[in-house]
Design a protein around this ligand. Structure first.
Ligand code: MD3
Ligand code: FE
Length: 227
């Protein structure tokens, strides 16, 4: 399933070439999906400062599914819309249910990174209006699901992984399809679109580990065009 897209990097990659070549590390996951390894690394300090300012207004919280289960992943949002779940269902909402206020605005560093990553993957006018922030502590997981609360499935989703690594599950079009296991590490960006947009996907329970900037946590940012 993994197919390297670069010309020579998979053979000659080393610390030296990595810092002297502008080459991108891209792995094609499926017809519409690309992993951009390390794509966010240069922006990590700015991204984490922006995350902190979002969380000061809209803290992480454990939402409840329509079935009544508390999610192990804690969530917040920024942008014009935020993804929420409660006993009444899954949806995008312009207001944070905790504060009753609009979600914090989407920082420029978020918007620009997401648009640049999408363009790199061939999606040229990606203009996200929602960013879901997911926080995984040790043991947190996300079971196989499809993202289908967005209006326009022709728009991709861009994800940015920060902190502790996780094993991502890239499934098929039925929940029972056996998923591929893809490690996602600090700084990796993934663009999911085209025919892969409706694939089932999830995250295995995050293992106890330590990251120098984020401690035992993983934070994943997912950029979406909700409306
Ligand atoms: C593949 N988050 O928030 S991001 C989610 O790592 C979610 O927190 C995971 O799934 C996380 O909904 C995975 C990557 C992702 C997002 C959307 C997708 C992969 C996708 C939509 C279709 C296919
Ligand atoms: Fe998802």
């Amino acid at each position: 399933m993994h197919e390297f897209v670069g010309e020579w990097h998979s053979m000659t990659m080393d610390l030296f070439s990595r810092h002297t070549s502008p080459e991108l590390l891209q792995e094609k996951l499926g017809p519409g999906s690309v992993i951009l390894r390390d794509f966010a690394l240069a922006d990590v300090v700015a991204l984490l400062a922006a995350v902190e300012s979002i969380l000061a207004k809209a803290p992480f919280r454990h939402m409840v599914t329509p079935g009544g289960f508390e999610m192990s992943v804690a969530m917040s949002n920024c942008g014009s819309y935020g993804w929420v779940t409660d006993r009444t269902g899954y949806r995008y909402d312009a207001l944070d249910p905790l504060s009753g206020q609009p979600w914090p605005g989407m920082p420029d560093v978020f918007r620009v990174l997401a648009a640049n990553a999408a363009a790199q993957a061939g999606y040229n006018d990606f203009s996200p209006d929602a960013c879901l922030l997911n926080r995984y502590e040790s043991g947190a997981r996300m079971s196989l699901h499809q993202d289908k609360n967005e209006k326009d499935f022709s728009q991709p989703i861009v994800s940015v992984s920060l902190g502790v690594s996780a094993m991502f599950l890239f499934g098929g079009f039925k929940r029972a399809d056996k998923p591929a296991h893809v490690p996602l590490n600090h700084g990796d960006v993934v663009v999911w679109g085209g025919s892969d947009r409706m694939r089932y996907h999830g995250v295995l329970p995050v293992k106890q580990a330590h990251h120098s900037l984020l401690g035992s946590r993983r934070i994943n940012l997912t950029f979406r065009k909700a409306s």
